[in-house]
Design a protein around this ligand. Sequence first.
Ligand code: N2P
Length: 383
Amino acid sequence: MRQRFFWLVLVLVLPWLVACGAGTPTGSEPTTDASGGEAAIPDDGVDRARLSRELYFYNWSDYINPEILTQFEEEYGVRVIVDIFDSNEDMIAKIRAGNSGYDVVAPSDYAVQIMALDDLVAPLDQALVPNMQYLDPGLLNKYFDPDNAISLPYLYGLTGIAYNRTFFPEGITSWSVLFDSAQLPAFRGRFSMLDDERETPGAVLKYLGASINATDPAILQQVEAILIAQKPFLASYNSSDVNRRLSSEEFILAHAWSGAAMQARTGLGDEFSGNANIEFVIPDEGGAIWMDNLVILRESPNAYTAHVFINFLLRPDVAAANADYVGYLTPNEAAIPLLSQEVRDLYAAGFAPDDAMLERLEWIERNEDTVVFTELWTRVKGQ
Ligand code: N2P
């Protein structure tokens, strides 16, 4: 008798429960009601009916935690397809050509400015990105986008030297290890320089005691001569898998980005394992500090979804999971306390700047004269 009563109640109540939508809303359900009235906005403010099914993110290599992409797809029903580039200039050439198919791109500081001047980027609707409140104000309103009208910080980092401590027990303090022709024969074929028209001449400029943005012809002639003299000893110009080659000890030394060095040290997810002997240093002569930013392309048909994705990346828990994985620095202040102890210890060990280091770091900038770096780099690579 009892049992029959239970089933009766269930049969009566179930349709009512379903009609009220008492079940947990699933990510991909349209949220506009059938009468065409106001959209029923879920708690997170995202209008799921406006989301595209896919989003194309053009990003640097080894520069996003794949788990957060899975999480985004689970939460919003949007599949993010990531394609990679290894230099701002390659990326810009592709976007300039048109019909790239990408929605969101991650240009560095000076490259945001180049893309803005070329009108490649869509305006950003800050109202759709409330999580920007978590960003470090010191990293907002930078010279390349003074009001954050088109970009928001993604990750930032440093450029210096990564090396294997077993081969350099005394440590490294100067760029001379990479540019002094007397020192190079000892590591012939076991080191790389970034494949980058601003970073690589920029490292030589720091070695020479000049600004990373110097364009004076006399100094650039010296830079070119030093890079050409270095070439016979170099394994490769490499901005893509220095992390792997350092960790396997194929390379013992590299001009490298801080996160790539951290990846070589700790390993990267399921990709490769770490090497405890990898160190990272900003030489005494100084190095670069840079920041990569999220922009939405003018040609993107999915600007709304792109904003939702950017807002997701700026959620403190997501930003922390990402920075923990990639080893770069998060501009998200609220994410910092959520980082793993291992990553925070490595930050303290030189993979993030302290005040003294900050004084030796310079931002790469763009102006009418910096086009000379393209020509210099073409000549160096063509040698
Ligand atoms: C990661 C690239 C770091 C971005 N492989 C350099 N701006």
